[in-house]
Design a protein around this ligand. Structure first.
Ligand code: 13P
Ligand code: SF4
Length: 332
């Protein structure tokens, strides 16, 4: 069945029929070549998407890759703020996101209008924002950080520098503890990393005494206090690969376990149990993207991320600063 872009618009992109006999992996590879498109995926994407991606990484790695790609189209299998970051860095490229509704509870917890008022109350503070925020928040920030570089970058700043940290209170509190700072924290959090159950993890650890607990710094303090290693998704993945330990309790989104098993097939990875009855700690936003939506998005080149140039330029400054500092620190 042949359809054109106008029909896609009318029908609603996600409802377009797909021939069930199509080999979507082969079709996506074909589209990449035809359109000079690069497919970037975050570790929290479903396994099929990770397997067809050109680059899989944490937010720092993805931003770095997006900054240097020569492709004409960037297909971002992740959430909205990630694709938006790619667009900020690549105004002349088409940036596509398979499902436009793939948002982020953490980013949503910090609306720019409220944050601007909060910032006004602390005029002598610099604003450091975690990359998991909207372009509007980035534009209100002096420096962007990721879970992979936050601590090292903040350690470079003068000790008496007053700082507002947004939007993740758990990452902010963790950095405060690690660096001895007293950053003012915006009260935001990630729904996926706040779902873990201390009771269930403690029982699990009793049953698997040799397992190491690996946690993302977006987790709550109780979990970070019992973790054996804390880091970004890439750092957690590398730790599990290089550690002589054979068993791990993984306290982050379950998508990363796909790469952990690929890198270390002989090791055991147990998802940290959440505080709900469905025993699932998938990110509902990340998991909105599917292989089918990815194929349709590449075929019809929609939904596309667009942005007002003034906003883009304002949001780019603190990202450029992060990239410069990360390079100076040898982190990228
Ligand atoms: P990193 O992959 O940068 O650690 O970020 C985790 C996350 O929550 C992304 O949404
Ligand atoms: Fe946002 Fe959390 Fe999902 Fe990451 S895992 S996209 S921070 S809701």
């Amino acid at each position: 069945m042949r359809v054109n872009s106008v029909e896609v618009e009318k029908k609603g992109f996600l409802d377009m029929p797909i021939d069930p006999n199509l080999d979507l992996f082969a079709e996506i590879e074909k589209l990449k070549k035809e359109k000079n498109a690069v497919l970037l995926a975050h570790y929290y994407q479903e396994s099929d998407i990770q397997d067809v991606a050109d680059y899989i990484g944490d937010s720092l790695g993805l931003a770095q890759y997006a900054a240097k790609t020569k492709a004409d189209i960037i297909v971002f299998a992740g959430v909205h703020f990630m694709a938006e970051t790619a667009k900020i860095l690549n105004p002349n490229k088409k940036v596509l996101l398979p499902d436009f509704k793939a948002g982020c509870s953490l980013s949503d917890s910090c609306p720019p209008s409220l944050f601007a008022k909060f910032k006004e109350k602390h005029p002598d503070h610099m604003v450091i924002s975690y990359i998991n925020c909207s372009a509007g928040i980035k534009a209100l920030s002096d420096l962007i950080c990721t879970s992979g570089n936050a601590q090292k970058m903040i350690n470079c700043l003068p000790k008496d520098q007053k700082i507002i940290f947004a939007p993740d209170k758990n990452l902010g509190a963790y950095i405060n503890k690690q660096t001895g700072r007293d950053m003012i924290l915006w009260n935001g959090a990630c729904m996926v990393h706040e779902i873990f159950s201390v009771e269930k993890i403690t029982k699990l650890k009793e049953r698997h005494p040799n397992a190491l607990i690996l946690a993302h710094p977006e987790c709550e303090e109780f979990l970070l206090n019992i973790a054996d290693f804390i880091g970004s998704t890439t750092q957690i993945l590398n730790y599990s690969k290089n550690s002589p330990c054979q068993e791990f309790i993984v306290a982050t989104e379950t998508g990363i376990i796909h790469q952990m098993i690929k890198d270390s097939p002989e090791k055991i990875f147990i998802p940290a149990p959440p505080n709900n009855s469905c025993a699932c700690n998938d990110c509902p936003h990340m998991k909105l993207n599917t292989l089918e939506k990815l194929y349709l998005c590449m075929k019809y080149e929609t939904p596309e991320i667009t942005m007002h140039e003034d906003l883009r330029l304002a949001a780019k400054q603190p990202i450029d600063k992060m990239m410069d500092m990360s390079r100076e620190l040898g982190l990228i």
